[in-house]
Design a protein around this ligand. Sequence first.
Ligand SMILES: [Ca+2]
Ligand SMILES: [Ca+2]
Length: 418
Amino acid sequence: MSWIRTIGVTCLAAPAFAAPPGWSTVPGGPTGRVSAMQAMETPSGPRLYLGGVFAGAGSIPSPNLVAWTGSAFEPGPGVGTEVLTLAVFPYQGQPRLVAGGFLNVAGRNVAALVGAAWAGLPGSPTPWVGGLGVFDDGSGPSLFVSTPVIGFHGSDYIARFDGAAWSGPGRGIISVARALTVFDHGSGPRLYASWPPVTAPTSDRVGVWNGSAWTGIGAQLPFRPDAMVVHDDGAGPALFVGGPGSGPTVTLARYDGSAWSGLGAGTVGPVRALASYDDGSGPALYAAGTITSAGGAPVAAIARWKNGRWTPLGPGLTGGSVETLAVFDDDGPGPIPPALYAGGTFTHAGGAPSPFLARWAPPACRADWTGDGVVDFNDLLGFLNDFNAAGEYADLNADGVVDFNDLLEFLNLSNAGC
Ligand SMILES: [Ca+2]
Ligand SMILES: [Ca+2]
């Protein structure tokens, strides 16, 4: 039979869970825009917190913040009028979820979830908060808070809170930084902000906090970033940034510690969220927002960069934008693989209704090649198509080549029911 043949295709990563991923909806999810997501361990187990502008999740009232347990939604509890940013920060003796935005918790716009109640951080901004970042300069972790205040605790637009007291790191940055990300390119960790400091050329676009002062990045970038993530594309960890751009402008770049570089033909359209996620075939970079093309081909709001090329995520996300991405493992060590969650204003995922929240992941059962929840003949046909095309997910036994042993592996999985 023609499809039984050896195909010598080299795959780079050893897949832990190779089967083609797909979109699924998360029933009973948030009833409005999701702007931020944060995974964390809690005394009740892992939670994915979702913040934004909504009345609750499904029929559960919980304004602007809800928690996903991996199988159900819980009240956040709700907070404020709009959550823009979330982080995890040690406060009052243990790691806490902290939120920023338009919260007005006792007049403050950064609040920590202490037990079952929100506590406004004393000294936190009375105007809104657009960015939160956690950075340890060696003296313990500090929460960096970005807000539209000149001279906020002695620093423009940004100040730090060590859990007890605020300090202004001197001259600040030139506007509210939505993205604050820690990156170490070999000379120690630094905090990167999505606006340059007042002391650097605006063309630097990005500010760097070295533990004592803000400096420019020293390498010009043609757009201002809104999203940042550290990702290893195989050439070592690098800082990837995405931004608004306009028209046919590339809106994504990679910084290796000394220079910016592009990602192939790049993305067109605003990038609002970035994530590093391993779907079982190795880590890849995911860029999302309102992008309309990646690598020169059309995509719907989200695309994947791996091994030097762009791929769409099936029919993508439509009807609105993607504002945030997060990786969450619904059942921890259980059989369900980690998923990439997307939140925003979109209405559909993979062509099916999935308002404001969607889940991209391989099927829990590897023999369910089509991801429709049943193992049948269509899965064999689907696998054989990918096998013949030497598709990247066809290396089922993770030995780096797509060959007859992978077909045997699939048949074994299929016979075993999964
Ligand atoms: Ca199936
Ligand atoms: Ca193989």
